[in-house]
Design a protein around this ligand. Structure first.
Ligand code: HEM
Length: 437
């Protein structure tokens, strides 16, 4: 019998894992040159078989979802809760997605559009004139306000501020290392970063539990996602229990807040670096005020897509096969996870020529298959909030681009940095704003 081919990859994993953690985009470009595609790497959470090749990504996304488990669930469970849709698999995962999806259908976006535009307008109104401020926290304020209003239905300004403070404090207490090194998830006699995070999460949990109880007790005529979740029933007429509703709410907060803020920050960074492109986007917007029309503008759409390609917010997704499987003829070692690498696929020069260049026109010239361009992942676990995130990006950009001009303090290239599960700019993008006359 002929020996099975052995996956290429580094002998010594640690230095490469550290390079991956520092900059996955540069790491994947280098890995393609050194080991080809697919290749294998040991990680703190087990062995990975990684690919950025479209046809292999298609194989993984098209396979029966029941043949995979989630990956790294133990490290993530303390953050989102064990019943989170991010962590479940099989029929439970399918049932949860069915309950969640109606809140995120394209048609629902119209309900959220006004809140998205209002959040961006309030934020811009507070920006200092001719004084520098940090773009990333500004975008985080917009995306957090949008989640609080659309998911929890909280519109009163005082309550919104209380929720904002509680959520931001909890998120700020999460250090990315807690996710990559689960050993750090330990309380040392009630002190230390993990203990602090747990305390803040308990306070946020108490607020969420009180909100769920109030809604269940007093009935509900809101138009928000929490109302839909509480009212939703599965095929057997069974509603989601409260602890599961809690886990999905925290998941939506974590999955939907930072991701969208990072994407918005990158889009504004690119527009600030290219005033001619920004002027074209502004001209395309004209005086249009209707969110559903703004959402369909081709150049604005291309700017958002190219932002998500050139600056992937999630670098990769992983699945653990339950059965032995092969990828490109290589047997995947037992217990290893397969990893479609978004940050590799988006820089494949055969699909995206001159991949480092930000060029929205590529999305006007042709369309890309879902396994070539996959900022929201794919298959049975594709991001539930994809339409929501794109809608918010477009509406917030429309408000900001029309309101005036952003100038970067440093218009050179910006390095990337892991921020927990996401990938963002290193630093917080200091900018100045001058209002349109
Ligand atoms: C630019 C913004 C966003 C990006 C780039 C993004 C990206 C992703 C990616 C890559 C996945 C993993 C898919 C996979 O494993 O194949 C995911 C999952 C998910 N996202 Fe997003 N996301 C964004 C915004 C949002 C928003 C706004 C929400 C909700 C408010 C959201 C909710 C979720 C949920 C619930 C999942 C889990 C889906 C599952 O496991 O079945 N995301 N997202």
């Amino acid at each position: 019998m002929r020996n099975a081919p052995v996956l290429p990859g580094p002998w010594l994993a640690l230095p490469h894992t550290m390079r991956y953690l520092r900059d996955p985009i540069a790491f994947y470009a280098d890995a393609r040159r050194r080991w080809g595609d697919p290749f294998t790497l040991g990680s703190f959470n087990g062995r990975l078989v990684i690919t950025g090749r479209a046809e292999l990504i298609r194989e993984i996304f098209a396979a029966d979802p029941a043949s995979f488990d989630t990956w790294g669930a133990d490290a993530l469970a303390p953050f989102v809760g064990p019943a989170s849709v991010l962590l479940t698999s099989g029929s439970r995962h399918r049932r949860q997605r069915k309950l969640l999806m109606p809140s995120f259908h394209g048609a629902r976006m119209r309900t959220y559009g006004a809140a998205m535009m209002a959040a961006a307008r309030r934020e811009v109104a507070g920006w200092p004139r001719q004084q520098s401020f940090r773009l990333l926290p500004a975008m985080q304020r917009i995306s957090l306000t949008v989640i609080i209003e659309t998911v929890f239905g909280i519109r009163d300004a005082t309550r919104r501020n209380d929720w904002s403070r509680a959520i931001a404090a909890t998120m700020d207490a999460v250090h990315p290392a807690m996710l990559f090194f689960p050993a750090l998830q330990r309380e040392f006699g009630g002190i230390g970063p993990w203990a602090r995070f747990r305390r803040l999460l308990a306070q946020l949990d108490a607020m969420i539990a009180a909100e769920i109880t109030a809604r269940r007790t007093h009935g509900d005529d809101g138009d928000d996602i929490l109302r839909l979740l509480l009212a939703a029933t599965d095929d057997d007429g069974v509603a989601m229990p409260d602890d599961e509703v809690r886990d999905q709410l925290v998941t939506l907060l974590i999955a939907g807040h930072e991701t969208t803020a990072l994407a918005l920050s990158w889009a504004l960074y690119e527009l600030a670096r290219d005033p001619a492109l920004c002027a074209r986007v502004c001209a395309e917007l004209g005086d249009e005020a209707a969110p559903e029309i703004i959402a369909r503008l081709p150049l604005l759409d291309a700017v958002c897509q190219e932002t998500l390609r050139r600056h992937p917010v999630v670098a990769d997704v992983a699945r653990t096969p339950r059965q032995p499987m092969t990828l490109a003829g290589y047997p995947v070692p037992a217990g290893a996870a397969v990893m479609p690498a978004i940050a590799a696929a988006h820089f494949d020069p055969t699909v995206f020529p001159d991949p480092d260049r930000f060029r929205p026109e590529r999305f006007l010239e042709r369309s890309f298959a879902p396994y070539e361009f996959l900022p929201f992942g794919g298959g049975a676990r594709r991001c539930i909030g994809a339409a929501f995130a794109l809608y918010e990006m477009k509406l917030a950009l429309a408000v900001i681009v029309r309101a005036g001009t952003l100038t970067l303090r440093d218009s050179g290239p910006v390095a990337v940095q892991h921020r927990g599960l996401t990938l963002g700019p290193r630093g917080e993008l200091p900018v100045r704003f001058s209002a349109a006359s």
